[in-house]
Design a binder for this molecule. Structure first.
Ligand SMILES: Cc1ncc(COP(=O)(O)O)c(C=O)c1O
Ligand SMILES: [Zn+2]
Length: 420
């Protein structure tokens, strides 16, 4: 475990005491609302050996550089997800080395378990009485599961339109789920819960949103460590992420910075943010300090990344990594969801499919080269929202118990199965 000495502002670097986990930086406010990140004592970012070969292949393989020890952690077996080489999809996209980090293999079937594990473990250490999260689904499901394991009551603020499976999942873990009509009203309720009731927020809790709980963001460092180790201690040219508030962008960037300080790598990757409404893309073009709120031009199939405004922290990391932001439309995301399932055996959420829309666009406009090594972050399972998949599928073939009828139905759809 690494010793926490406080929190640093991601924008101006000001240092704050360890009771600042739930505040934005007062120095940067009101010009920019900026998130804080965990600050460790100087012994952490120093040369250190790589993990021992026999160390467990879970998030706790890297427990030495996390703010909670494996012994204190509220754990459900998170991390250590597979990195698949996606040869069939790579051939379609015209890139030679394409990988997918399958985060659906986490305990609640999304990458948010890395965040929830660190946030809820910290909450338990600090004696939190209630865990609170605002969520479109995955963050809430993860918070609810870890709160259940920690035996701490959990309240989730969500909105009408959250996908059924995620809603049922949160409630199954015993969380109290409260939906509001207007998405942005969640911040008013969350802020009251945190400031007046002292509930522990694992997610953002006021608007304009700055990002999630700093302890939780530390969990995402392990994505960077795992990817580099799975690539044989090589750094990919690109990491492509579905992005909402940019917590994973920040966490992964910190992981890569750590590894450079540890002496494990000697260069940094470039990041790509796949988003829906383009607030990061617009902010990069306009060269401003924080993204503006964009018009909600359509209903997105990728509800998990459906915010119209991203954060200063996301923009900051994109710039530091010499990165790019690319928007993804509904039909393209659903096309790639179907391709990944049919060609690679991976049924991913539409938000995760946005990463392939980004690669496709970047390959076409020449921003990505054929021999670049590209890692996509497949943040959640397609099972999180099967209704949206169903909308894009043909009707089910229904036949009487007659094999000739079955063959005729297949042939009618242009499918020609041969005997033997
Ligand atoms: C499946 C999925 N992918 C990506 C994201 C984006 O998260 P971040 O805040 O790290 O940008 C979220 C949640 O917001 C999510 O649920
Ligand atoms: Zn600041």
């Amino acid at each position: 475990m690494a010793r926490v000495v406080g929190f640093d502002c991601v924008r101006c670097g000001s240092r704050f005491g360890s009771d600042h986990y739930d505040r934005d930086c007062p120095v940067c406010r009101p010009a920019v609302h900026s998130n804080l990140v965990v600050a460790y004592d100087d012994s952490v970012r120093k040369s250190r050996p790589k993990p021992a070969a026999g160390a467990p292949w879970t998030l706790w393989r890297y427990g030495d550089v996390l703010p909670v020890s494996a012994e204190e952690a509220v754990s459900l077996g998170e991390g250590g997800s597979p990195l698949h080489k996606l040869n069939a999809v790579a051939a379609e996209l015209g890139v030679s080395s394409l990988y997918g980090k399958d985060e659906s293999r986490n305990p609640t079937w999304s990458f948010k378990d890395r965040l929830a594990c660190l946030a809820v473990s910290s909450a338990k250490k600090l004696g939190a009485k209630v865990i609170v999260s605002s969520s479109s689904g995955n963050a809430g499901a993860a918070a609810a599961a870890y709160a259940a394991k920690a035996d701490i009551p959990c309240v989730i603020f969500t909105f009408k339109g959250t996908s059924g499976p995620m809603l049922h999942q949160m409630r199954a873990y015993g969380a109290q789920v409260i939906a509001v009509e207007n998405k942005k009203d969640r911040w008013t309720l969350m802020e009251h819960a945190v400031r007046h009731f002292g509930w522990f927020p694992t997610s953002p809790f006021f608007g304009p949103v700055i990002g999630s709980n700093p302890f939780g963001i530390e969990g995402y460092k392990t994505l960077a460590y795992e990817i580099v180790e799975q690539l044989g201690w090589r750094v990919p040219d690109w990491c492509v992420l579905p992005v909402c508030y940019g917590d994973a962008l920040v966490g992964m960037w910190r992981g890569f910075e750590d590894m450079r300080a540890f002496g494990w790598i000697d260069r940094m990757p470039r990041f790509v943010a796949a988003e829906v409404y383009g607030s990061l893309e617009a902010a990069m073009t306009a060269n401003v300090d924080a993204p503006n709120d964009m018009p909600k031009t359509h209903d997105t199939v990728a509800v998990s990344i459906g915010a119209t405004q991203s954060t200063h922290q996301a923009l900051d990391i994109l710039r530091r990594s010499n990165g790019v932001s690319v928007t993804a439309g509904n039909d393209d995301m659903m096309r790639w969801q179907a391709r990944l399932a049919a060609k690679e055996g991976l049924y991913i959420e539409p938000s995760s499919a946005a990463t392939f829309v980004a690669v496709e666009k970047m390959k076409r406009n020449g921003a990505m080269r054929a021999d670049d090594t590209v890692v996509t972050l497949l943040t959640a399972s397609g099972l999180k929202d099967t209704a949206v998949t169903a909308k894009y599928q043909d009707d089910l073939i229904l036949v009487p118990a007659d094999f000739d009828e079955a063959i005729r139905a297949l042939v009618a759809r242009g499918i020609f199965p041969s005997a033997g």
